[in-house]
Design a protein around this ligand. Structure first.
Ligand SMILES: Cc1cc2nc3c(=O)[nH]c(=O)nc-3n(C[C@H](O)[C@H](O)[C@H](O)COP(=O)(O)O)c2cc1C
Length: 176
């Protein structure tokens, strides 16, 4: 079983979540972890599960303008200086059809900031003919540049373990 984990991150928080999810998946699967700029536009046939995550920007997945705004708020180079998750999903779309997928995001838990990159990504993936294996998952940051809320990376590892379990169960050959 093989998983592809694709993440977008401005300040490093979503990258930390993606690494933790990957370590959870790796308890039962081989894992290829890719920053979105280095993710393949043509997803290999051998990939059993695609997990995609990014930061919530303006209630959804990032856009060029929100990434420029993030760059203005950053003291150093961005983790994902190029394209975002939205653009990767569009590019990889044809090769994602029929795949098992799960999505996650990072976001600030404020009532005046509804919306979720993970939910938007899952909606788009479903329209492309993908098969979601879990609800969109949010991981909490305490401010725009972080840090992650206490315990969130551990929870991300457990979520990765959970996903690996779902996928293994669903694709296990029938008992004879
Ligand atoms: C331009 C911009 C817009 C944002 N909009 C939202 C939002 O609508 N809802 C939210 O919960 N967080 C929002 N945030 C906070 C991001 O979710 C936060 O920066 C991100 O989770 C940090 O992850 P990263 O270090 O991987 O980029 C926004 C951040 C930026 C820079």
């Amino acid at each position: 079983m093989h998983a592809l984990v694709v993440y977008e991150s401005m300040f490093g928080n979503t990258r930390a979540v993606a690494e933790a999810v990957s370590s959870g998946l790796a308890t039962r699967m081989t894992v290829d972890l890719r920053e979105v700029g280095a993710a393949p536009d043509e997803v290999d046939d051998g990939v059993d599960l695609v997990v995609a995550g990014g930061p919530t920007h303006a209630f959804s997945m990032s856009r060029p303008g929100t990434r420029r705004s993030a760059a203005d708020q950053s003291e150093g180079p961005l983790v994902s200086p190029g394209r975002g998750l939205r653009e990767w999903i569009e590019a990889a779309g044809p090769s994602l059809r029929g795949r098992a997928v799960a999505t996650f995001d990072t976001k600030i838990p404020k009532a005046y900031l509804p919306g979720s990159a993970a939910r938007s990504a899952l909606k788009r993936l479903r329209r492309l003919g993908c098969r979601p294996v879990a609800p969109a998952e949010n991981f909490i940051v305490l401010g725009t540049t972080g840090p992650m809320s206490d315990g969130e990376t551990d929870r991300a590892t457990r979520w990765g373990e959970h996903l690996a379990g779902i996928e293994l169960t669903r694709t296990a050959p029938p008992r004879t």
